[in-house]
Write a protein that binds this ligand. Structure first.
Ligand code: FES
Length: 145
């Protein structure tokens, strides 16, 4: 059901932990499954992500996607980090079962939330970055009129 890469990142997650005085911190959750993900970014004066750590209280796929997402943004510029979508994370993990796609969305949103925090602290705008939602499940739950 899970690819070898997913199992590897679940069993040996990269970049677990936190960064003190991080340049940006983002926390997102999904109220439906109750999973929470927090990403810490250390960004230098050139806008390059020097270090990244994560803490995830969630399912195995959430751990694997956060681990892969941190690997994908490390060493990248802020602008390049915007390309790390949940699709990119899933591709890098050789796919996820359909019911676990939302876990990768949590990883994308957590990175965006951390970038948003960084942008706010520094009074800058990052192209294409929108105010993050703290609950990625909230849109699914909104009634349709
Ligand atoms: Fe919700 Fe994985 S089951 S993040």
């Amino acid at each position: 059901m899970y690819s070898e890469k997913v199992m590897d990142h679940f069993q040996n997650p990269r970049n677990v932990g936190e960064i003190e005085e991080a340049s940006g911190v983002g926390t997102v959750g999904n109220a439906k499954c109750g999973d929470i993900m927090r990403i810490f970014l250390d960004i230098d004066g050139e806008g390059i992500i020097r270090d990244v750590k994560f803490k995830t209280f969630g399912c195995g796929a959430a751990v694997a996607t956060s681990s892969m997402a941190t690997e994908l943004v490390k060493g990248k510029t802020v602008r390049e980090a915007m390309q790390v979508t949940n699709k990119a994370v899933m591709e890098a993990l050789d796919g996820l079962p359909p019911v676990k796609v939302h876990c990768s969305l949590l990883a994308e949103e957590a990175i965006h939330a951390a970038l948003w925090d960084y942008a706010e602290k520094n009074g800058i705008t990052i192209e294409g970055l929108e105010r993050p939602r703290s609950d990625i499940g909230e849109q699914e739950e909104e009634p349709e009129y």
